[in-house]
Design a protein around this ligand. Structure first.
Ligand code: PLP
Length: 432
């Protein structure tokens, strides 16, 4: 059964259990009937151009836009938008019941279960938050760090995983150190070297290591298990992972990573409504990490990661629609998604390799690469190239200036090879 069907059934189940009046049940049943039925992309075949075209038809992306910025913010598929709109309507038909009653909370448990299935984790270890940044704020505010303890991360870390430590260090007494990641050598690095770079940076005072699973600049898929094991062997107590770019892009088994916490932003590669996060915290770490929000007094919420989402009033329709987003991704299938990303990666790689005007700047080793690729246009300023590409070929992407000086391409499953060719040709022709 897919997640959407579960969500619908649990609406009716929760309403019936709540003794809802007949008109209310009828309305929920109408919603149930109006939601997209069945699998969204049945038997999606990554090698079939028709399947890719059919998938593309589910998105509202403007026809004149080549959207290569899924790493910044994803686009929600139309069936998920429709479901979300239905939940909003239902909510407004009886606000106090839907916002404060048990209905959404019960349905949200099905969503949590679907997310836990995707991440290979226990449902009790997962909180539905607002974004990755929130997870790192909870960690920076709450971990029991003392004066003299150090928080370590590489220069590849995003502000969302880094700034809370910088801001809080004075008040809470710990120190923060960044080590320079050799981004200019990204294409030559091996997994062993990436592990060693992290292990070598650890000092006796390092208690926390923050690692992006996949960084947002060069798309390095960090060998997290190896890094975590090496860091622990060197005395690090907490290994915390920024999963903003990995959740939904690559298959995940969070407990197998050997880390303490993993924060995610499903608005990117899981194409969920904006304003939702996922936050996995290991049972051991939870005993040391207090919640940041307090609505429920007493200890009822202790013991599971649900304690990190004690928000009181919240946007439940979006939370429920996360279940639809997960179902949509499940209907594409992890294996086919991986196959499609591998094909797109190879396409860009081969195109860049034969064009002397372009330079490949992302990791190359199979274990280190991802669907975020960085390309330099020889003799050109990347931010200026990106601006010109929006005008010339309608391409939207992020660019990094300074010494990195790269265009960041982050396509998605339904991006086509011909779109990438058009953009890369236009990019190359702006160079020296
Ligand atoms: C690697 C990485 N970490 C963290 C974030 C922050 O995500 P959010 O704004 O959803 O908290 C981003 C956003 O782009 C990111 O790319």
């Amino acid at each position: 059964m897919n997640g959407t069907q579960t969500t619908r059934r649990s609406f009716l189940r929760a309403l019936t259990a709540a003794g809802a009046a007949a008109p209310l049940l009828a309305r929920a049943e109408r919603l149930e009937a109006s939601l997209p039925h069945g699998s969204f992309a049945p038997r999606f075949d990554a090698g079939d151009p028709d399947a890719i075209r059919r998938l593309r038809s589910h998105y509202l992306l403007s026809d004149d836009l080549v959207y290569l910025n899924h790493a910044s913010i994803g686009t929600v598929p139309e069936p998920v938008i429709r479901a979300h709109a239905g939940y909003l309507e239902l909510c407004e038909s009886y606000p106090s019941l839907y916002v404060w009653g048990a209905v959404w909370r019960e349905v949200a448990e099905d969503v949590r279960r679907s997310a836990a299935d995707l991440l290979g984790c226990d449902v009790d270890d997962l909180a539905i938050t607002h974004n990755t940044t929130e997870g790192f704020n909870v960690l920076a505010h709450g971990l029991p760090l003392r004066p003299g303890d150090e928080v370590l991360f590489s220069s590849l870390n995003h502000a969302g995983a880094a700034v809370a430590w910088d801001v809080l260090k004075q008040r809470l007494g710990f120190s923060v150190r960044r080590f320079d990641f050799p981004v200019m050598r990204a294409a030559e690095l091996t997994p062993e070297e990436v592990v060693a770079l992290h292990a070598d940076a650890v000092r006796p005072e390092t208690r926390v290591l923050v690692v992006p699973h996949i960084d947002n600049m060069i798309g390095l898929n960090h060998p997290v298990r190896g890094i975590a094991d090496a860091a622990r062997a060197a005395g690090v107590e907490f290994v915390l992972v920024d999963g903003a770019q990995s959740a939904g892009m690559i298959p995940l088994d969070l407990p197998a990573l050997g880390v303490d916490a993993y924060a995610m932003s499903p608005h990117k590669w899981l194409q969920a409504p904006k304003g939702l996060g996922l936050f996995w915290v290991s049972p051991g770490t939870r005993t040391l990490l207090p919640r940041m929000w307090h609505k429920t007094a007493g200890t009822r919420l202790e013991g599971t990661a649900r304690k990190y989402e004690d928000y009181s009033t919240r946007a439940w329709p979006a939370v429920v629609a996360l279940g639809d987003a997960l179902a949509f991704q499940a209907s594409i299938g992890e294996a086919e998604k991986t196959r499609r990303y591998e094909a797109l990666w190879r396409h860009v790689r081969e195109r860049v390799e034969v064009d002397g005007r372009l330079r490949w700047r992302s990791p190359f080793a199979p274990g280190l690469r991802s669907m975020i690729v960085a390309v330099e246009v020889a003799g050109a300023e990347a931010p200026a190239v990106a601006r010109s590409l929006l005008d010339s070929v309608g391409a939207e992407m992020r660019a990094f200036g300074g010494s990195l000086n790269t265009l960041r391409l982050s396509p998605n499953v339904a991006t086509t090879e011909s779109e990438l060719d058009r953009v890369l040709e236009a990019a190359a022709s702006t160079g020296a």
